[in-house]
Design a protein around this ligand. Sequence first.
Ligand code: GLN
Length: 495
Amino acid sequence: MLLKNSALQLAHMLAEGEITSVELTTACLQRIEAFDPQVNAFLFVDREGALETAQQVDDARARGQQLHPLAGVPIAIKDNIVTRGIPTTCASKILEGWLPPYDATVIQKIKAAQLPIVGKTNMDEFAMGSSTEHSAFGPSRNPWDLARIPGGSGGGSAAAVGAFMVPLALGSDTGGSIRQPGAVTGTVGVKPTYGAVSRYGLVAMASSLDQIGPVARTLEDAAALQELLAGHDPLDSTSIAEPAPKLLEAVRSGSAKGLKIGVAKQLMGEGYQAGVIAQFQEVIDRLQAAGAQIVSLDCPSFDYALSAYYLIMPAEVSSNLARFDGVRYGLRVQPEPPVTAERVMAATRGAGFGDEVKRRIILGTHVLSAGYVDAYYGSALKVRTLIQRDLAQAFSQADVIMSPTCPTTAFKFGEKSNDPMSMYLQDVATVPSNMAGIPGLSVPIGLAPEDGLPVGLQVLAPAKQDARMYAAAAAVMSVADGVGQCPAADWKVEK
Ligand code: GLN
């Protein structure tokens, strides 16, 4: 199957003239048509737009024009990244019918590099969740087992890539929404350093934590995509004004020899599935055998990271989501008379937001309210500082930190959706990096023996050391077994 190739292999085949972008894009669209009714990875498929870009790439190539290395390779976009003239719903009813009047900076870059955008992917509403069960348009399913969640919030992007519908996708990560879906679908998910990739045009969830990043099936593909996305953007005031690092080079030079790997006991304790820990430990042992040095770390603040995250994030959510007022975007619900502006807002927000979004807005306004702000929000900010200190200390002893990405493999639908606290625990290992702005990624390292489902390993590096993180992840891939064959690889498109 053509689509089993990586993005870089496909790019090579395009450059060699073995396939055209129209053929490749058509193959993606056919696979989406055949299997997305089961997987539900896509909220919108832009057949015409994708084929038009593909045709332009083929024409330009025929004329001998110099093209971007990824030109003609199809990509899918998480539906909280705005795309001009194409629905962007954040999987929420409140944005139904809204057509963005502009492109996010990452979309402008993708368009300039001529990657056909095949569509927008499903997610938890406004990126709040770990399973896509909070999508207003029904959950996405895991291509390893359709009875299980594909992770979240970016489950649609991970499922689309994992099911070979598309070789590349974009995600956003506020507390783990690129990495945890990567872990549970056996794909690669990267949260770059905060500010490395522009957030302009990413619908804000929690602005101090949000980061756009790549979703792919190989580390090289993720590196190539991050190189395309990264760079300073004057439209994002938190964008890093420095040249973007060379990541593909880093992947190719990665080696375990001499690498100092920190392992924090707080990132693999209680509540972790036995097979997840076993797979992780096996890879750490192999890295050590290959010449790495393993350093035990103690990061006591990590025990409070999740609690602090669930104060800071909702606080920012409550402020960011105030803009959805029934006036500026999408849905407007007429209230019973008397019709006042406030009653329009209340009726629209009441009907347009789902339960999880409402829960977080209420929590956020509470922790910011007079009398509580110091006790809750203020304390959480202090924990955030402690996390940054623990990490600074950790990186004085180790080059990178490794941990399981997520405490469990993919769980079944409904298992955690009625218990917000157990759902929140999915992020226990991923949240510290958002709190500190450092880069983190997840790579697949094998299958858990008890359920045969993929396990992800997380690599963390200091801020702006994304290249070091990719190099260390390459060392991991060189000793890990990989996840083998996803059942989706055997799904056949009926001719
Ligand atoms: N699962 C986490 C949450 O629900 C992370 C979300 C995210 O990274 N967007 O907040």
